[in-house]
Design a binder for this molecule. Structure first.
Ligand code: ZN
Length: 78
């Protein structure tokens, strides 16, 4: 799922910090320190980034399979 644009609880803009947060965490920084350095102090906003899971790369193969099957059916009908 894509990260929500705003915090569900307080409405603070968080989506613009998600990419920075991810690069910091992937480079080995502690998530709590990454959030502190990005200025995300409220725990309602912190949970938005901490609990976001990007599922797009798991979902894409299913759409590719659907498209392949659709093409097979179309070629059988022709
Ligand atoms: Zn918040």
């Amino acid at each position: 799922m894509l990260v929500p644009v705003r915090c569900f609880t307080c409405g603070n803009l968080i989506a613009d910090k998600f990419e920075d947060y991810q690069t910091k965490v992937k480079s080995g920084e502690e998530p709590s320190q990454a959030l502190d350095s990005l200025g995300i102090n409220r725990y309602c906003c912190r949970r938005m980034l901490l609990t976001s899971v990007e599922t797009i790369h798991q979902i894409i193969p299913f759409y590719e399979a659907i498209q392949r099957r659709h093409n097979e059916i179309q070629s059988e009908l022709e």
